[in-house]
Design a binder for this molecule. Structure first.
Ligand code: LMR
Length: 435
C-alpha cells in the first residue's frame, strides 16, 4: 500500500532522492550556495526520520539510523576550510539519508504502481464500458486496467493499449466452458488484485421502459459478476452502474453476504450522473459555470427516488415553477436521453464520465486522500436500508455517511413520496438473491 501518504512531501522528496541518485553532487552544490547549514541539517534529519518511520519493516533499514554530526567535525583529518568541512558533513548526512529513504520511497512507488491502482471494468465492450475504459486508461490514478465482457474485450484492450499512458491494459473474455468445470479464468484474471471494480454490464432501456423493467435481465448479470468479485477480489471496492441500481446494489450485497465477504464500506451504487445533471441544469438556469456548482443529490437512482437538494445551492434564485422543473428534469434526465436516442439505448457518454469520476475519486481515497461524494450505500439515515447521500471515502472505502441535515419543506415532501418506491426496489433486489 501507499507508504508516503502526503503526495506533496512524497513527490518533492522523490524528485530530490532520484535527482541525488545516491551521489552527493547535487547536495554539495546546494551546500555551497547560500542555504543555511543548520537548516539543511535539520531538513536532512527530518528526511532521515521520515525514511526511518516509513521503512520500519525494510530489512536494510532495521539498523537504527544514527547521525553523529559531531563525529565528522571532531575528526582531526577534517579540513580547516569551513566550506569544505560543511560539504563533507552534509555529504555524510546525505549518504545516510538516501540509503534510508530510498528503500521506503521506492516501495511506496512500487506499491502504488503495481498493487494499489488496478481497475476492472465489467461490461467493458459496451456503450458505457468503452468510454469508461478510455477515461480510466487516461487517468494518472490507474496503473492497471482490466477490461472484461462477453465479447469484444481483446479488441477494446488492444485499441486502448496504443494510448501512451502509464497503465497496462488487459482484455479478457469468459473462458470457454469445459469439463470438469473450473473457474472462469477470464474473469479471474480480470479481477485478481483489483482495487476498484466498476460494473456497467447489462442491457439499456428503450423508450417507454423504466429502469425497473431491466431487472429481469440485469439482475442475473450483476449477480454472476459479483459472485466473481466475491471469489477473486473480495476486498475490492465495487461500484455498480448497471440498472436498476436501487435493486442491483442490494443484489450485490446479498451475493457478498452469502459468500461471507460482505463489507458495506466496499460497495456503492454510482449516482454521480444525477449530481452531474443537477450541476449542469442549475448552472444553465443561473448562467453559471457548472464546474462551480456541486449539488447534493440524495435517495436512489430512478425517477422520483432521485432528489436534488437545490435549496442548498448558495446564491441560486428560482421561482417555485423553476425549482419544480429543475427537480423533475434531474429525476428524469435519463429518460430525456433514452427518448432522444430513440431506441438506440440510454446515456452512455455522460454515464461513462460519471462512473469514471466516481471510480477515480475512490482511487484517490484508497491511496489516502479524503474525498466526499454522493453514493448509494448501505445506510441508516432513513428507513430505507440503502440510500444515496454525501459519503466520505478514505483508505478503507466508505469512511463516513454524512448526516442529511435540514431539508426544505419542498424536499421533505419528495423524500416522503420516494420512500415506499425506494424500499420496494431495494427489497426486490434482496428477494432476488434469497428466493
Ligand atoms: C441514466 O441515468 O441515464 C442511466 O441510469 C440510464 C437510464 O436508463 O436512464
Amino acid at each position: 500500500m501507499v507508504c508516503f501518504s502526503s503526495v506533496t512531501a512524497g513527490s518533492s522528496l522523490g524528485s530530490w532522492v532520484s535527482s541525488a541518485g545516491g551521489s552527493t553532487s547535487v547536495l554539495s552544490a546546494v551546500v555551497s550556495s547560500e542555504v543555511s547549514v543548520s537548516l539543511m541539517e535539520r531538513m536532512m534529519r527530518g528526511w532521515c526520520r521520515m525514511g526511518d518511520r516509513h521503512a520500519r519493516d525494510v530489512k536494510a533499514t532495521e539498523e537504527k539510523l544514527c547521525i553523529d554530526e559531531g563525529e565528522a567535525s571532531r575528526n582531526k583529518a577534517m579540513p580547516r576550510d569551513q566550506t569544505t568541512r560543511t560539504t563533507m558533513i552534509m555529504n555524510c548526512l546525505a549518504t545516510k539519508a538516501i540509503s534510508t529513504i530510498r528503500p521506503a520511497f521506492t516501495r511506496g512507488i512500487h506499491a502504488t504502481t503495481t498493487s494499489t491502482a488496478k481497475v476492472a471494468v465489467l461490461g467493458a465492450a459496451g456503450g458505457i464500458g468503452q468510454p469508461l475504459s478510455l477515461l480510466c486508461k487516461l487517468s494518472p490514478e490507474v496503473d492497471e486496467l482490466s477490461c472484461y465482457d462477453i465479447v469484444g474485450t481483446p479488441g477494446v484492450a488492444a485499441d486502448l493499449s496504443h494510448i501512451p499512458s502509464k497503465s497496462s491494459t488487459l482484455g479478457r473474455l469468459p473462458s470457454p466452458v469445459k469439463w470438469p468445470m473450473g473457474p472462469n479464468e477470464g474473469l479471474k484474471e480480470t479481477l485478481e488484485g483489483a482495487d476498484v471494480v466498476v460494473i456497467p454490464a447489462g442491457v439499456p432501456r428503450k423508450p417507454g421502459m423504466t429502469r425497473d423493467d431491466l431487472f429481469n435481465t440485469n439482475a442475473s448479470i450483476v449477480k454472476t459478476l459479483v459472485e466473481g468479485c466475491a471469489q477473486f477480489c473480495p476486498d475490492a471496492m465495487i461500484a455498480v452502474i448497471s440498472n436498476p441500481v436501487n435493486s442491483t446494489v442490494p443484489i450485490a450485497a446479498e451475493v457478498l453476504k452469502k459468500a461471507g465477504v460482505y463489507n458495506p464500506k466496499k460497495l456503492a451504487g454510482v449516482t454521480t450522473l444525477d449530481v452531474c445533471r443537477a450541476n449542469t441544469f442549475v448552472a444553465n438556469s443561473q448562467g453559471w459555470d457548472p464546474k462551480d456548482v456541486d449539488v447534493t443529490v440524495i435517495g436512489g437512482h430512478a425517477g422520483i427516488t432521485i432528489l436534488p437538494l437545490f435549496s442548498r445551492v448558495n446564491g441560486a434564485k428560482f421561482t417555485d415553477e423553476e425549482l419544480e422543473a429543475l427537480t423533475v428534469r434531474t429525476q428524469f434526465g435519463g429518460d430525456e436521453v433514452v427518448a432522444a436516442k430513440a431506441g438506440a439505448g440510454s446515456a452512455t457518454l455522460s454515464m461513462a464520465y460519471a462512473g469514471f469520476v466516481f471510480a477515480e475519486n475512490v482511487l484517490k481515497a484508497l491511496r489516502g486522500e479524503e474525498v466526499t461524494q454522493c453514493a448509494f450505500v448501505e445506510s441508516s439515515l432513513t428507513e430505507a436500508p440503502y440510500f444515496a447521500s454525501p459519503v466520505k471515502f478514505g483508505k478503507n472505502g466508505v469512511e463516513e455517511i454524512l448526516p442529511l441535515g435540514e431539508l426544505s419543506a419542498y424536499e421533505k415532501q419528495w423524500l416522503d413520496k420516494m420512500m415506499p418506491e425506494l424500499k420496494k426496489q431495494i427489497q426486490k433486489g434482496i428477494d432476488f438473491v434469497n428466493k
